[in-house]
Design a protein around this ligand. Structure first.
Ligand SMILES: Cc1cc2nc3c(=O)[nH]c(=O)nc-3n(C[C@H](O)[C@H](O)[C@H](O)COP(=O)(O)OP(=O)(O)OC[C@H]3O[C@@H](n4cnc5c(N)ncnc54)[C@H](O)[C@@H]3O)c2cc1C
Length: 378
């Protein structure tokens, strides 16, 4: 089969790898607009369960990914200066940059052609469809393919209320996934911070639209808005700077999270995957997991089902259920952060409890198993 993967993010690269592992005769090209070592974003969170799925699919890349994992067990909540910690949560993180380099390396070893600096305009997608047997549209959140065939995919995009910016820092957060809530002159601003390699942590800053407007973040350059965030979180940064790696974006890099759903995931020989097909809010850390596990599933169905149409149908049926499950948890979590001002007057332990159970994926009984002592104090 001749396959074009549009987008060299986790979905595009891992689908290419998975297809080659099923059948080395496939001719696969990955088309990526960026250079090999450009990336937007910092670390991503994966679970041990996802890593087991990756290991069953490709032990080689899974072992390399595992080598670079940062692990942590605790969640700390710093609410107006008071820190409460619960344990037993078990996360692992890896730099997105590192993950992509490992997947690129594995793809090359398997004979996949990687074409960087290939920005595919939407008019060229029709040509790709004629030239290749299958076009995987793994072109991310703002997928041009999804827009080009919008009448077939019928996307439903819900732009959420809060503003956020994805930053990094060399301040250490290696003992816990840390949520920090700071009261400012313009309202509450909070950060989601987690370590992903020996000396770097992701530091996502988020606030309501009203607070964002009042600060004037929309009119600031990235460096100006970073300086304001450094001032807001100064007592947590230990003198370390906040950093951006979105220098290619002009003006403010703050965005509202778009929740993407599509009525259909395929059209003739084009199929959507990863953020192009569906997104789950970053506060439940599942976007990369969805992309990688969808890649495994589609590659499997393409080799198990009698033809491409039935493989696409099985893929969509099976993966949609998982996506909807995570999107439901993500919606609860998103709404919790959107309405956070309702909870901020709770005492710190009650506030922490509310935060931990926000997505309804962690129940009171789960907390009893994870950290009975902390639950007792709540
Ligand atoms: C702030 C934030 C924090 C996050 N944290 C986590 C987390 O902790 N855990 C987690 O699992 N996920 C997280 N995610 C989500 C995760 O980043 C995405 O879900 C994941 O990257 C999806 O992979 P993808 O391959 O579908 O898309 P992407 O990673 O977006 O890759 C798409 C690729 O396509 C390329 N491309 C797009 N259009 C074209 C074109 N026309 N021509 C050529 N190339 C093109 C892009 O350059 C890009 O490389 C987070 C997201 C955000 C915004």
């Amino acid at each position: 089969m001749r396959i074009a993967c549009l987008g060299g993010g986790p979905a595009g690269l891992y689908f290419a790898i998975s297809m080659k592992l099923h059948d080395p005769a496939h001719e696969i090209v990955v088309l990526e607009r960026n250079r090999p070592d450009d990336t937007f974003g910092w670390g991503v969170v994966l679970s041990d369960e996802t890593l087991d799925n990756l290991a069953a699919n490709d032990a080689v890349s899974a072992a390399r990914i595992r080598e670079h994992f940062a692990y942590w067990d605790d969640i700390a909540v710093v609410h107006d200066g008071v820190r409460t910690v619960s344990t037993g949560h078990g996360f692992c993180g890896i730099g997105r940059h590192r993950l992509l380099l490992l997947l690129q390396e594995r793809a090359r070893e398997l004979g996949i052609e990687l074409r960087f600096e290939s920005d595919i305009p939407d008019t060229a997608i029709d040509e790709l469809r004629r030239e290749f047997d299958l076009v995987l549209a793994a072109d991310g959140l703002n997928s041009r393919t999804r827009q080009r065939y919008a009448e077939h995919f019928q996307p439903d995009i819900d732009v959420r209320a809060c503003k956020f910016v994805w930053l990094g820092t060399h301040q250490t957060f290696d003992d816990a996934f840390t949520f920090i809530f700071e009261k400012t002159e313009y309202g509450w601003v909070w950060a989601h911070a987690y370590q992903f390699d020996a000396d770097t942590a992701t530091f996502i800053v988020e606030c309501s639209e009203a607070t964002w407007q009042a600060f004037g973040f929309g009119e600031m350059s990235q460096q100006e808005s970073i300086a304001v965030c450094e001032r807001i979180f100064a007592r947590h940064l230990g003198g370390h700077a906040l950093m951006t790696n979105a220098n290619h974006i002009r003006g403010s890099a703050w965005i509202n999270f778009p929740r993407v759903l599509c009525a259909r995931w395929s059209h003739d020989n084009v199929v959507l995957m990863g953020d192009a097909a569906a997104t789950a809010h970053f506060s439940i850390g599942s976007g990369t997991k969805l992309a990688l596990e969808s890649a495994i599933a589609l590659a499997e169905y393409l080799h198990r089902e009698p033809d491409m149409a039935s493989a696409f149908a099985r893929y969509e049926e099976e993966r949609r259920t998982e996506v909807l499950r995570l999107q439901s948890a993500a919606r609860n979590s998103t709404e919790w952060f959107e309405q956070v001002e309702r909870y901020l007057d709770l005492d710190p332990v009650q506030f922490n409890y509310s935060l931990l159970t926000r997505s309804q994926r962690i129940s009171h009984e789960n907390l009893r198993l994870r950290d009975p002592e902390w639950l007792g104090s709540a």
